[in-house]
Design a protein around this ligand. Sequence first.
Ligand SMILES: Nc1ncnc2c1ncn2[C@@H]1O[C@H](COP(=O)(O)OP(=O)(O)O)[C@@H](O)[C@H]1O
Ligand SMILES: [Mg+2]
Length: 344
Amino acid sequence: MDIIVLCGGLSTERDVSKKSGALIARALRENGHRVALIDAFYGYTGEYDDPREIFDRPEDAAGAEITEEVPDLAALLASRKQNNASRVGDNLIEVCRAADIVFLGLHGADGEDGRLQAMFDIAGIRYTGSGHLGSACAMDKETAKKLMAAAGVNVAEGWNVNARDAEGSAPCLPCVVKPRSGGSSVGTSIARTQEEYAQALKLGFAYSDDLLVERYIQGREIGVGVLAGEALPPIEIRPKSGFFDYKNKYQDGATDEICPIPDLTRDLDEALRAAAVRVYDALGLEVYARMDFIVDGTGRIWCLEANTLPGMTPASLLPKEARAAGIGYNDLCERIIAESMKRF
Ligand SMILES: Nc1ncnc2c1ncn2[C@@H]1O[C@H](COP(=O)(O)OP(=O)(O)O)[C@@H](O)[C@H]1O
Ligand SMILES: [Mg+2]
């Protein structure tokens, strides 16, 4: 097939996405496809008579190392030569139309939040993963939590805090402050005192006017991927220090990620997998996703969120879970393509 892998985009998670995208593109080429890797933010700036030519001589988007710093999006916008208001680059729709399917290697806003999916649906472009509505419901953590709770899944008690009315003290302590539609823990912190709460709001508002404050749940952090409606083996996340923040997510060796989990009882394993599938169904997700959970000291399972385009570097959680289920990275990419094609 002729496949475009989209990565980058105007998202705080663009560096992570460029790493995912480069590896997805390599895997798909090894699987025998013709692949072009394109940064959605820059689009395709090469010359062509027919957009299909880009598969003959793909000019791959540059890969990126994931530094400890979150990318500066204002600087990125200012640096683009195309001086327009578009959040995607030139010729994106035209070249994507030339592909049999677009593999979404994007993470975060502009890719994971359903708007690109809606645009592609209207333009008649096939893409991988969930559709626009499921993507949007999962990206807005407040909406996602309502749907999860309605489906009988435990979610942390939470409060919405907007930049306009953000005075006063923490609704509870300790608490977690996070952007309502964020990802990769960008702008997220844990507050144990009123002073830390004030700091946490300040950090959060640097990324979003809408924050979610949640009761902090103490426990073991466990992710569960779902592929084509079936849960993968749960993976435990143990940062060596602090919580699972941006640095601990992407710096090598900062976090132990354990899959399969040796001491997981059969009951808990089954309950986690069932909760993951329940969330996947409640949000209307398709093809693949990864749900983040905390299991507290009493064994109660709490869902933090659903990720509709989870990290796809071989070191990422979902590929590790797939490997534990006997599905290698290249096969995982192929499976995602095949399952996504069924949607169209
Ligand atoms: N209510 C909570 N209680 C305890 N830890 C939390 C809670 N909410 C978030 N966290 C921590 O913050 C991290 C990021 O939060 P999450 O809701 O998964 O957002 P995202 O991964 O999209 O940034 C989690 O992996 C977890 O370590
Ligand atoms: Mg998460």
